[in-house]
Write a protein that binds this ligand. Structure first.
Ligand SMILES: Nc1ncnc2c1ncn2[C@@H]1O[C@H](COP(=O)(O)OP(=O)(O)OP(=O)(O)O)[C@@H](O)[C@H]1O
Length: 467
């Protein structure tokens, strides 16, 4: 317990409350504010991109990377002005010839997707639009669809570009895969190759996003090894993640031999724009009431609530709806297409509070997310005994994307959850801000100060999916 206590700080690092959003402002007033504050945002992001300590820092421009004019036009249309650090460092190594493998790590929300998407686009020969030449693997259907959308957006001026998702229900049984770029989940990709519906003979690049999760021998590792075994031996392999625990990293080096490596130190892993808080709940049964009390704050922007199981996601959604709150839920038990509808509604802002499991912990990029709640502290290992520091980092990384600010609130209620969060805080050297359920005015103030300043900041660059 003392460990966590020693990491409690006053909210000194919180950004100053926005002076551009008036208290109790109406929706209409807010939209005016959004337009007015765009200058401020550009300046703030420009500041970050000029700050050598920031992961968004770079000294070059995209023009200097030697990408095709169609690709540069795509970046321009997305309002990507300068590369981030990972893009600036990794791209020249990945697009040079002869192709070299890469293992790259960079904090959540710092533009890893565009780094590998630009590489893939620079490698495919669009005179053979239906011949698969690049394969990208992701751990969830949602992330695969998102990456597919990013490729289409960056490549919107590339003639004949066909990008197909290899996820359950997406590939025509009669036609098989007919695209130059394929983004999928490992199980479906394996099925398609085995049924001879996916010709992998001409693949030049294999990208594995969330690579530590994908190569983990306890999880998807075996499938990824099998997929690699089906591909040409000379394929360029690019592995990306925000986290790379040592054991998986050693395996990654065998999976992608002789790779260039871009690694972060443990203390560099957290994103500065995310104010990390925790709520000291009196007991487990009070967690639900506290969650409902936070609802007003959750809907200032959009929020994601992470829970441990599908059943508790369903149960919390049912109770919150019965109590008059509008919330949606998404987890692995839902059918693929209904999952797509739920996430699309969340991206567009039609729904603002999403209850989910670890299925959405990684990679999902919705820039309006200003709050993440860890209703249950992430745990791993047999009997969920060990704190899952990597999943914590990915979950909270659903907010604070590319220089934005956000809040994470982790609920603790007993010694086990307290110790687990304490372990995670010490692991990354995080100073957690304590919230008290007994002083609601103070809690609201601490959270609002951060979220309102994020609400005042419109997208510097509309993200690839237009949300
Ligand atoms: N150079 C850039 N300029 C402006 N915005 C950018 C740039 N690169 C990426 N972005 C935007 O930043 C956001 C986060 O990028 P991305 O989803 O690639 O993060 P990530 O590093 O893959 O994060 P995670 O580890 O959570 O998967 C996206 O909305 C993307 O459109």
């Amino acid at each position: 317990m003392a460990d966590l206590a020693s990491r409690i700080t006053k909210p000194a690092e919180e950004p100053a409350p926005s002076d551009t959003v008036p208290e109790g402002s109406t929706e209409g007033a807010n939209s005016v504010t959004l337009i007015e504050s765009s200058y401020e945002v550009e300046v703030k992001l420009a500041d970050l991109q000029n700050d050598a300590e920031s992961p968004l820092y770079s000294v070059t421009s995209f023009d200097q990377l030697g990408l095709s004019s169609q690709i540069n036009d795509g970046l321009l249309a997305m309002n990507f002005k300068k590369p981030s650090k990972i893009q600036e460092k990794a791209l020249p190594l990945m697009i040079s010839n002869p192709p070299t493998n890469m293992i790259a790590q960079s904090q959540s929300g710092t533009g890893k997707t565009a780094a590998f998407v630009l590489t893939v686009l620079s490698r495919v020969d669009l005179s053979k639009p239906e011949q698969p030449q690049a394969l990208l693997l992701a751990p969830s259907r949602e992330l695969a669809r998102q990456i597919q959308a990013v490729i289409k957006t960056v490549g919107q001026f590339c003639d004949n570009l066909i990008v197909e998702a290899a996820i359950p229900g997406a590939v025509s049984r009669e036609l098989g895969v007919r695209a130059s770029i394929v983004v999928g989940t490992p199980g479906t990709v394996m099925d398609l190759v085995r049924r001879r519906q996916f010709d992998v003979s001409q693949l030049k690049v294999l990208v594995i996003d969330e690579a530590d999760n994908m190569l983990d021998q306890q999880g998807l590792g075996e499938q990824c090894v099998r997929v690699k075994g089906m591909l040409p031996k000379t394929i360029q392999i690019l592995l990306f993640s925000a986290t790379f625990p040592e054991k998986v990293y050693n395996f990654a080096k065998k999976y992608a031999p002789n790779a260039n490596e871009i690694k972060l130190r443990q203390q560099e892993l957290t994103v500065k724009g995310i104010s990390q808080m925790y709520m000291d709940c009196p007991d487990e049964s009070k967690k639900y009431d506290i969650l409902c009390k936070l609802y007003g704050l959750m809907t200032i922007g959009s929020s994601v609530i992470f829970v441990r199981t599908r059943e508790s996601a369903n149960e919390i959604q049912r109770r919150m709806e019965a109590d008059g709150h509008k919330v949606s839920a998404l987890h692995g038990a839902f059918e693929g297409q209904s999952r797509d509808v739920v996430l699309d509604d969340f991206r567009s802002g039609r729904s603002k509070v999403l209850i989910t499991t670890n299925v959405l912990a990684r990679g999902i990029d919705v820039s309006s997310v200003s709050m993440v709640i860890n209703y249950d502290i992430p745990m791993k290992g047999p009997g969920d005994r060990e704190p899952d520091a990597e999943t914590y980092l990915h979950r909270i990384g659903r907010t604070g994307r590319f220089g934005r600010v956000g809040v994470s609130i982790s609920f603790v209620y007993d010694k086990k959850s307290f110790d687990a969060l304490s372990h995670i805080a010490n692991f990354y050297g995080i100073d957690l801000i304590q919230l008290s359920p007994d002083d609601w005015d103070e809690t609201e103030k601490k959270v609002q100060d951060v979220i309102k300043s994020s609400r005042a900041r419109p997208d510097y660059a509309p993200n690839a999916l237009g949300n």
